[in-house]
Design a protein around this ligand. Structure first.
Ligand code: 9G3
Length: 586
């Protein structure tokens, strides 16, 4: 393949950190001359950035094709009619970019394609014999984020692979859903991403079943918990098993707690851990019925869970609390209004005595005994899971991490096929709505996630599988007739082995070349200098580990042919193969 030349490549590297870039991938992709911001949340991919993007797209394409999905290309421009049919035109606010054509007909720039794909197959796929089928595209999406930030991680225009599957029944959907989930893990592995698949809450769209694929990164917006046993979950949805501690006193006692309103104040006042106190929250259900919820003092209420446990649940405002005669900051289960429903987090079943408000301003109870002094009408999983809570699978302590959601799989059921009247004839000749699944990979977001996980203070450390090129040959001098021809020949011979090679043929000082090579992040550098070639040697440097070794020029082809070319398909993006290079001493 053609050798790239730094003197010809448009790669405008920048020394200083850009002002508004506050995470590594945003900063480094700008400094390495791989992307440029055109307007808020809208980017151009420059030559090297685009080479990486296409490699990631190709990995996604291979894994989609490998499970029998068929690639199509749908339009970005979507008629509003489709969104009226699905009933979603008014579900979205300004995030949905709307526009009108010259005939004043309404359109939107596609943020996703459920409507479009359903209308595409409606009327075409008529029989169960034609099912299942999965179609996918890799295309630009538009979502008018209120606050685009973190570069490609939250942009307004981004590249997504979105796939949609159509089934006659749930079992068939489950099969595709599982195959897609497996493929997503392979895609993350091939991009050398450390990832966790987490249960997520698909509140806003269709079905209930969804898994998010999180690339672990401190800069990630998502909070997740995970366990060495393999369990992991989004803190928004994961099951919470807290272990509250009991403050054991012989009898229930009402104590004056002047000015004590928060859990921390109460815990400090009594000199007990927050996990020994019980936090109360008040809300009402869709009928306006008062519900008082009790959770361990060291946890937060998960409103999505409360909403699931109590129909139409919403928290009371301060004035509503007053109207129910409740005292914010000292609510408890003893002495509540008669019709109040008491709902408690399951983990409180394990402590029979509670430290809790006395429903009187400035007073709390200690030793309030479950059953004797108060009742609980219902037990539920109400809390946001905390790091350190028990793993629902193996009971070990859960660890915490932050993650970047790079992909997600959804079971949609018949949400779109029903609303849009997309049906097929089942084997009994009966019209049935398709059962659907949808699956998305954030391709440009994956690129940023790779940089978040593979960088150091000098720049990016691209895994072989997605690097803009694999080897950078750096002659220390260009004018001189000894060094440069050796570098050129070496570049040729390495390219003949099937590697993508870039030759830094610029008339720049070595320091500039090294800094750019480290910033751009070529996985391998081969440095050619006068002293070295006097002994017939060159220095090979590994960007990932900084290891350097001298090898005879003759050994290079042997050295590199060792790393078979197809590292793109390797599960770790080719990292191990290049680690082995340096076991090989000349
Ligand atoms: C909109 C806007 C933003 C949106 C959506 C619709 C997210 C929307 C959910 C999905 C679900 C899956 C197929 C690929 C994988 C994700 N943000 N979602 O539906 F109009 Cl403005 O997109 N779609």
């Amino acid at each position: 393949m053609e050798i790239l030349k730094m003197s010809e490549l448009y790669v405008p590297t920048v020394k200083e950190d850009p002002a508004d870039a506050d995470i590594a991938s945003h900063r480094l992709l700008l400094r390495a001359g791989m992307i440029r911001k055109m307007s808020s949340g809208v980017y151009t991919f420059l030559p090297l950035g685009y080479r990486v993007l296409r490699k990631i797209e190709q990995i996604v394409r291979e894994e989609m094709d490998a499970i029998g999905s068929q690639e199509i290309m749908m339009p970005v421009l979507q008629s509003a009619d489709l969104w009226h049919e699905s009933g979603r035109w008014n579900d979205y606010g300004p995030e949905l970019m709307r526009l009108s054509d010259r005939h004043d007909r309404e359109f939107c720039l596609g943020p996703t394609h459920e409507e479009l794909i359903t209308s595409l197959i409606k009327g075409e796929l008529r029989s169960y014999k034609q099912l299942p089928i999965t179609l996918y595209q890799i295309q630009v999406k538009f979502r008018d984020e209120i606050r685009p930030r973190f570069g490609l991680l939250r942009s307004r225009e981004f590249i997504m692979k979105d796939a949609y599957s159509f089934h006659a029944d749930q079992d068939s959907l489950q099969e595709t859903y599982d195959a897609m989930s497996k493929a997503y893990g392979i895609i993350c592995d091939r991009c050398a991403l450390e990832w966790r698949g987490v249960e997520a809450d698909s509140g806003q769209i269709g079905g209930k079943v969804t898994t998010e694929f999180m690339a672990l990164a401190e800069s990630g917006e998502a909070e997740l918990v995970y366990c060495d046993c393999g369990y992991s979950a989004n803190t928004e949805a994961g099951e919470c098993i807290a272990h509250p501690s009991i403050y054991d006193v012989p009898a229930m006692e009402k104590i004056a707690t002047p000015g004590i309103h928060t859990i921390d104040e109460l815990a400090e006042f009594l000199d007990i851990p927050a996990s020994s106190t019980v936090k109360a929250l008040s809300g009402k259900d869709s009928q306006g019925q008062l519900h008082v919820l009790f959770i361990p003092g060291d946890h937060e209420l998960n409103e999505i869970k409360a909403y699931r446990a109590i129909d139409g649940f919403e928290l009371l405002t301060d004035e509503e609390m007053l109207s129910f005669g409740l005292h914010k900051g000292s609510m408890g289960p003893v002495g509540l209004p008669e019709d109040a429903k008491v709902v408690a987090d399951r983990s409180l079943q394990r402590i029979g005595k509670w430290v809790v408000g006395a429903n009187e301003e400035g007073y709390h109870f200690i030793g309030a005994e479950l059953g004797r002094d108060f009742k609980v009408d219902a037990w539920a999983d109400l809390c946001v899971v905390n790091v350190g809570d028990a793993c629902p699978q193996c009971k070990c302590e859960l660890k915490g991490a932050r993650g970047i959601e790079v992909s997600q799989v959804f079971q949609l059921g018949d949400k779109y096929s029903r609303s849009m009247g997309a049906t097929f004839l089942d084997k009994n000749g009966k019209e049935q709505p398709f059962i659907m699944g949808c699956y998305g990979v954030g391709v440009s977001r994956t690129l940023a996630a790779v940089v978040e996980q593979h960088n150091d203070e000098a720049g990016i450390k691209w895994p072989m599988s997605v690097a803009p090129a694999h080897v950078c040959v750096i002659p220390l001098t260009v004018g001189d007739d000894e060094v440069f021809p050796v570098a050129e020949n070496l570049a040729e011979s390495v390219a003949k082995l099937g590697f993508e090679v870039v030759l830094d043929d610029r008339n720049e000082r070595p320091g500039v070349k090294f800094a750019d090579a480290d910033l751009i992040g070529w996985p391998l550098q081969i440095i050619v200098g006068k002293r070295g070639i006097a002994e017939g040697k060159v220095e090979v440097r590994r960007r990932r580990t900084g290891e350097r070794s001298d090898f005879s020029i003759a050994a290079i082809p042997e050295l590199l042919s060792f790393a078979e070319r197809n590292f793109e398909r390797m599960a770790d993006g080719g990292v191990a193969v290049f680690d082995s290079l340096f076991k090989f001493d000349d």
